[in-house]
Every structure is written in C-alpha cells, then in structure tokens.
Design a protein around this ligand. Sequence first.
Ligand SMILES: [Zn+2]
Length: 175
Amino acid sequence: MAKEKQCTDKKCPFHGNIKLRGKSFTGVVLAKDTHNTATVEWSYPVVIPKYERSETRRTKIHVHNPSCLDADIGDIVKVQETRPLSKTKKFVIVENMGKKKGFIEELAAREEATVEGAEEPEIKKPQETPEETKKKDKTEEDKETEPKEKEANKTKEKKEKGTKEDAKDSKEAEK
Ligand SMILES: [Zn+2]
C-alpha cells in the first residue's frame, strides 16, 4: 500500500467521478503532456477490394491520462469512452499494459521517413543549369534548320511549277 499514491484526479476512472461507457480500444501512447493528457494511437487494416490488398490505417485520439496510472510514451494502454472531459478528450486510460517493444525506434523511423518524403521532390526534379539548356537549344536548331531549307527549296520549286501550270491554264482558257 505504501507504493500507491493518493489520487486526487477528478477525471480518474477509479478515484474520480466519471462513468465509463461506449467504446473501448487498445493503443500505444504516442505523446503526453503535463496536464494529464496523452495521445493514443492504434492501427487497423482496411481491405481494398479493387486491388485485392489491405492497407494499414492509424487512428490518433486525445485521452485523459489519470495521475494514478501515468502512462508513458510507448506504453500499451486500454482506453474507454466516457463523457467529454475537455474540448478534444472523451476517452480515458483504464489500464496500462506496459511498454511496447521497439515503439520508440518505430517512431524515430517514421519521423525519418516523413523528412525524406518532403525532400524527395527536390531530388527528383534537378534544375537544369543554363549551359545545358543553351546546348539543347543549339542542337535542336541545327536539326530543325536543315529540313527547313529543303522544304523551302521544295516549296519554291512547287511555286515555280505552279506558276507555269497556271500560265498554261490561263493560255488554254484564252484559246
Ligand atoms: Zn486514480
């Protein structure tokens, strides 16, 4: 009995004046603050019939962390729905089931992944240096100019023929 602290938390499910009801989930404490609030997260699979695959989605909620339980980051906890305790809290931790192994490492890995994701677009689209663009323009011009000249010659020939034919036509018309 000496270990047990005296709980003065009014929002404690065991020593306070709240009634438990509604839904219950099991999740992991993601964050906690100094005002007996913790962020609890759990994941669940969602089957996508079109691709015949399943993806993992995560739910994150704010819960009341009673001072007698005082769950820490990485703890597996059971949360139970109750009346609204604050603007964002309507769940309370009712059981602390101990540390989840490797959760801190998982969090670090997730953070790293998000940082990499933000930098990716910059790596994918390297900006062309002005010199490169100039070179490209030159090569394109060289390619384009040759056929253009040929085409121009052809059109000239056509025009000349056309004029001759036109002249013939006009002569014939006169006859
Ligand atoms: Zn308590």
